[in-house]
Design a protein around this ligand. Structure first.
Ligand code: TYD
Ligand code: MG
Length: 463
């Protein structure tokens, strides 16, 4: 039987096929399929049949398992997202756009660990020693004892890590540069990525080193995205942010050792990444005079309440099909709220262009933001200013009913902590403790319209 010598592998999702095509059947991406040498057969397999194996020991679920203490970097935003520090022997993938600050964050984390007396290694395949040193110098981390290597060959990396005792934490920056000579494909291809990540994760499990793999994400999917190795690692963190903003958000999207949806907020400055202990201030606008179209929403990101400014601009459209643009919020959800305002609230909004923006480059997914979005839209449409110091949250049903949302107390507490005075929320069967805020409860979208109009201080544009 003739053996296939090569397979066609999608560089975006890792799906394989026996022939080339312009579009990947598995993920639908275009121009991502390249030919790669077929993976080596499983050792022990002969002519497609497996040889006899030797049995592994079966054990019960109950038993002695010492859980080693977590490796805490002291950068609390990072530790929290990792689930309380990194777990020894775990594989962690840190993905993000090039230039977002992955190398900076990890170098800072390693420096903190080195200061605490841990053996930590930073392996760079992208930058020369001089470049990394320069950065360390600039960040004031040059004398922290972080061990540095520039290497891309996986076997050499593992040999290096083994020398002088396995480190507590090793950073591999980045997996796209990894290269295993045994594999014929070019660096950055799926086979190379998989082989490199596999070897490093095996090393992590055997030696108890927490291995942090950096992976660049490209929008085009031309270079293999780290998605293919997401299922191989224990934890996947994404570092996101808008290049135009100085904020960076670290988000856990998978974590075998902690909660997901936790976020850590950082600010990029000349001195590297600084933790933002009170992110609500960041996403709430900078204290400028309130303008029509802004509303403050109290969201929950992971375990933490966060006040976020929602901005809307509603203006008469010159187009037959008015524009609907949402940044940081689901555009289907925006369409739904516009329809509810129109059908249940009696507000003629359809002929307007509508732009919605969540401040600070944050992405909000909670339906709890419905009410704040609706309030911002109404405020912009009518030219009514929502008073500063008002927090708004609640879910809007298609019927126009306003529903209470989870963790109301935590949201109110955050608002109170930041000096807000009034909360506009859903009327609930058991009203929450008001936390010192004036609470306005609404039952339907009509109540929201009435409330917004009542805020009019003579600025209204539309009667
Ligand atoms: P970097 O950590 O190299 O990003 P990544 O590893 O994700 O590709 O960060 C690069 C950007 O960060 C670069 O545009 C410069 C900026 N930066 C600062 O603004 N301040 C700093 O102190 C450092 C080190 C970088
Ligand atoms: Mg980098």
């Amino acid at each position: 039987m003739a053996k296939a010598l090569s397979t066609f592998v999608c560089q975006s999702c890792g799906g394989t096929s026996s022939k080339w095509s312009g579009r990947c059947d598995a993920c639908g991406a275009w121009n991502t399929i390249i030919v790669e040498p077929a993976a080596a057969p499983i050792s022990g397999a002969k002519g497609g049949r497996l040889t006899a194996g030797s049995p592994t020991r079966l054990v019960g679920l109950k038993g002695e398992t010492a859980t080693p203490p977590r490796i805490v970097t002291g950068i609390s935003e990072l530790d929290r997202v990792a689930g309380g520090g990194f777990v020894p022997g775990s594989g962690v993938l840190i993905g993000g756009d090039p230039g977002i600050g992955k190398s900076t964050l990890l170098l800072q984390a390693l420096a903190e660990l080195a200061r605490a007396g841990r053996r930590v290694v930073y392996v760079s395949g992208e930058e020369a020693v001089a470049q990394v040193r320069l950065r360390a110098e600039r960040l004031g981390l040059a004398d922290t004892g972080v061990l540095l290597a520039t290497e891309t060959n996986v076997s050499d990396i593992i040999a290096t890590l083994n020398e002088g005792g396995p480190p507590a934490v090793a950073v591999i920056d980045s997996i796209q540069t990894l290269w295993a000579p045994a594999i014929e494909a070019a660096p950055g291809t799926v086979s190379q990525l998989k082989a490199g990540a596999e070897a490093l994760i095996r090393f992590a499990k055997q030696k108890g080193t927490a291995v942090l793999l950096v992976g660049h994400v490209t929008k085009e999917g031309q270079i293999a995205g780290p998605r293919v190795i997401e299922h191989m690692v224990d934890t996947v963190l994404y570092f996101e942010g808008d290049r135009g903003h100085q904020y960076r958000i670290l988000r856990a999207v998978k974590n075998r050792f902690g909660p997901t949806d936790e976020i850590g907020v950082f600010e990029m400055s000349d001195g590297g990444l600084a933790e933002v202990a009170n992110p609500s201030r960041l996403f709430m606008g900078q204290g400028e005079a309130p303008a029509p179209g802004t509303a403050v929403f109290a969201g929950i990101e992971g375990t933490r309440p966060l006040l976020i400014e929602v901005q809307a601009l509603v203006s008469p459209s010159p187009l037959g099909t008015p524009r609907r643009t949402a940044v940081g919020w689901d555009s289907n959800r925006l369409a739904m709220i516009l329809a509810v305002l129109e059908a249940r609230g009696g507000i003629a909004i359809g002929a307007n262009d509508v732009f919605l923006n969540v401040a600070g480059g944050l992405r909000v997914k909670e339906p709890a933001a419905d009410l704040a979005v609706a309030a911002a839209l109404l405020s912009s449409l009518t030219g009514t200013v929502i008073p500063a110091g008002t927090v708004i949250f609640g879910e809007i049903a298609l019927s126009g009913a306003i529903r209470p949302v989870g963790q109301t107390e935590a949201r109110l507490k955050e608002a109170q902590k930041l000096g807000l005075k009034e909360a506009v929320i859903a009327a609930a069967a058991d009203p929450p403790a008001s936390r010192g805020l004036r609470v306005k409860s609404l039952e339907t979208i009509m109540d929201l319209v009435a409330w917004t109009v009542a805020q009019d201080k003579g600025l209204r544009r539309i009667a």
